[in-house]
Design a protein around this ligand. Structure first.
Ligand SMILES: [Zn+2]
Ligand SMILES: [Zn+2]
Ligand SMILES: [Zn+2]
Ligand SMILES: [Zn+2]
Length: 303
């Protein structure tokens, strides 16, 4: 108790400082302070790097330019037909916009929420721009037979439905056929990065939803590799999974992706590495360094 109170006695602290400076010399003392500060920031930076920055989906959509495709695209705000290379689409939720309506779409149309406080997930319907040949979940007839912004798709379960059949759909979403790979937004806990210039969210914890056979999938790729194939793979998985499960190696190191395995331990996590031998080796080496139990399952395309 006495020792404890000594640390809170300011007089004692001043005496200690006075004693310290002459014995070390002022330049050495300042250098020690600077070294301590540098060390502190390095440790802080390194510890942040292993955390997974998360895009704040409540602010903007994750826009990509619309490439040439056989499907017609329409602006989700003004219904205008979008000419290839001019319009943009969100690869998370499927909302599209002409250049004039990008801001409006960010403000008015919510993106796929990566975090939620609601344990019950509701369908998140996005109007129009359905994939070609999709069938209505209610009446089994084809959707989007007429040009324009018609019918709806849920960006979580991917079910499609006619505008006139929407009322017959329940409100609760079961995440569809990929449920066992998806991390529900209610299981994701994030923290806001304090003091940083870019206000990213950081993945803090992931709860287990308690579903039988739930093995979340984490996709790792590099959007800058393979003639933009990497970007397409990442985009495609953002549509089917919770976008936080998709890690771009052009922005993050593999350790950040592997942090998922640490957060979800002892639950196994499936990693899909979309890249060449170099990328796979990079991720594997990092996983050994992080002392993760790796069971390889390599699949090669048959030719
Ligand atoms: Zn528009
Ligand atoms: Zn979106
Ligand atoms: Zn749904
Ligand atoms: Zn229908």
């Amino acid at each position: 108790m006495a020792t404890f109170s000594k640390f809170f006695n300011t007089n004692t602290n001043i005496t200690m400082l006075d004693d310290l400076i002459p014995s070390m010399g002022l330049p050495a003392f300042i250098s020690a302070i600077v070294l301590c500060c540098v060390g502190f920031y390095l440790i802080r930076k390194l510890s942040v790097d292993t955390k997974i920055p998360v895009r704040d989906s409540s602010k903007n959509h994750n826009w990509s330019t619309i490439e040439v495709s056989s499907k017609a695209w329409y602006c989700s705000i003004c219904d205008m037909f979008l000419v290839t290379g001019i319009g943009v689409f969100c690869d998370c939720c499927g909302v599209c916009a002409c250049p004039e309506d990008v801001k409006k779409a960010n403000l008015k149309l919510p993106c796929k929420a990566i975090v939620s406080t609601n344990d019950v997930q509701l369908h998140h319907w996005v109007k129009g721009n359905l994939p070609l040949g999709t069938i209505c979940y209610i009446c089994d007839e084809e959707c989007c037979l007429e040009p324009g912004l018609n019918d709806f798709q849920c960006c979580w379960c991917q079910r499609t439905v006619h505008t006139e059949c929407l009322d017959k759909m329940g409100q609760v979403c079961d995440f569809g056929s990929f449920r066992n790979m998806i991390v529900p937004p209610s299981c994701v806990q994030v923290a806001r990065r304090k003091g940083a210039l870019n206000k990213h969210l950081l993945l803090r914890a992931v709860k287990d939803p308690g579903w039988e056979n739930w093995t979340p999938l984490v996709v790792i790729g590099n959007k800058k590799s393979g003639n933009s194939d990497g970007a397409q793979v990442l985009s495609e998985f953002r549509k089917y999974l919770n976008p936080v499960q998709v890690i771009d190696l052009s922005e993050r190191k593999p350790q950040a992706a592997l942090q998922w395995c640490v957060l979800l331990a002892p639950r196994p996590v499936k990693l899909l590495i979309a890249g060449g031998d170099g990328t796979v080796a990079w991720v594997m080496t990092s996983s050994y360094k992080m002392d993760l139990d790796v069971r390889n399952q390599a699949y090669k395309k048959k030719i």
